[in-house]
Ligand binder design. Structure first.
Ligand code: PGA
Length: 255
């Protein structure tokens, strides 16, 4: 059975004080939770501090992005080797905010996927359609295109020990989550799409849902057979709210 993964994407939020306070709260809230993998992705500047604050806990460290280069004259970037060096495990790539505000293409994101695999890190590949694409009935073709960019270059084996986060762009930060049935239909499509190449890998790959997940809607989303946890933005900034979501994932498939 797949172990769900709930990951907090802190985006551009944090301070030295907030990192310590939030992690202290999470450690208290989550000390007895099993049955769900948990990770947090603070801003790059606070990764080392977060790693220290997480020492000895079950909460893994993640990062929000990575560069396609390992070192050299690339001002402002963070490399996969650096992320590995400071102990990050799960690295978000292709988030819609990167695709939109930094014009990241499918091909560019596939290069990030490749460099993470090469370094033994776990890519969390974000995919999902915009509202316009959704209304035009292009949800499946957009998701397929975004996955194929990786499949075509790296092959289906690249999805072994990798995570996909289906995040409909219209649901991110809007309070308007996809319904459990809507999300399940797309998750099933994504799994079937990978199964066309390899059924075993399709069964193993973690497919998270993301987009306005909160303490109220999490349990119903996680009850869907192909939803394996969540990538959580806003609701990951409060320890008690995030803990409710993690606990919902930990118990969802046991009922
Ligand atoms: P949200 O963000 O939970 O605030 O909608 C999710 C994400 O962008 O990963």
């Amino acid at each position: 059975m797949r172990h769900p993964l709930v990951m907090g994407n802190w985006k551009l939020n944090g301070s030295t004080h907030m990192v310590n306070e939030l992690i202290t709260g999470l450690r208290q809230e989550l000390s007895s939770v099993t049955g769900c993998d948990v990770a947090i992705a603070p801003p790059a500047l606070y990764l080392s501090q977060a790693k220290q604050a997480l020492a000895g806990s079950r909460i893994a460290l993640g990062a929000q992005d990575v560069d396609v280069n390992l070192s050299g004259a690339f001002t402002g970037e963070t490399s996969a080797t650096m992320l590995k060096d400071i102990g990050a495990e799960y690295i978000i790539i292709g988030h819609s905010e990167r695709r939109t505000y930094h014009q990241e293409s499918d091909e560019f994101i596939a290069k990030k996927f490749a460099i993470l695999k090469q370094q033994g890190l776990i890519p969390v590949l974000c995919i999902g359609e915009t509202e316009q694409e959704n209304e035009a009935g292009q949800t499946e073709s957009v998701c397929a295109r975004q996955i194929d960019a990786v499949l075509n270059i790296l092959g289906v084996e690249a999805f072994q020990n990798a995570v996909i986060a289906y995040e409909p762009v219209w649901a991110i930060g809007t309070g308007k989550s996809a319904t459990p049935a809507q999300a399940q239909a797309v998750h099933k499509f994504i799994r079937d799409h990978i199964a066309q190449k390899d059924t075993a890998i399709a069964q193993q790959v973690i497919i998270q849902y993301g987009g306005s997940v909160n303490a109220d809607n999490a349990a119903e989303l996680f009850a869907q057979p192909d939803i394996d946890g969540a990538l959580v933005g806003g609701a990951s900034l409060k320890a008690n709210t995030f803990a409710v979501i993690v606990k919902a994932a930990a118990t969802a498939k046991k009922a």
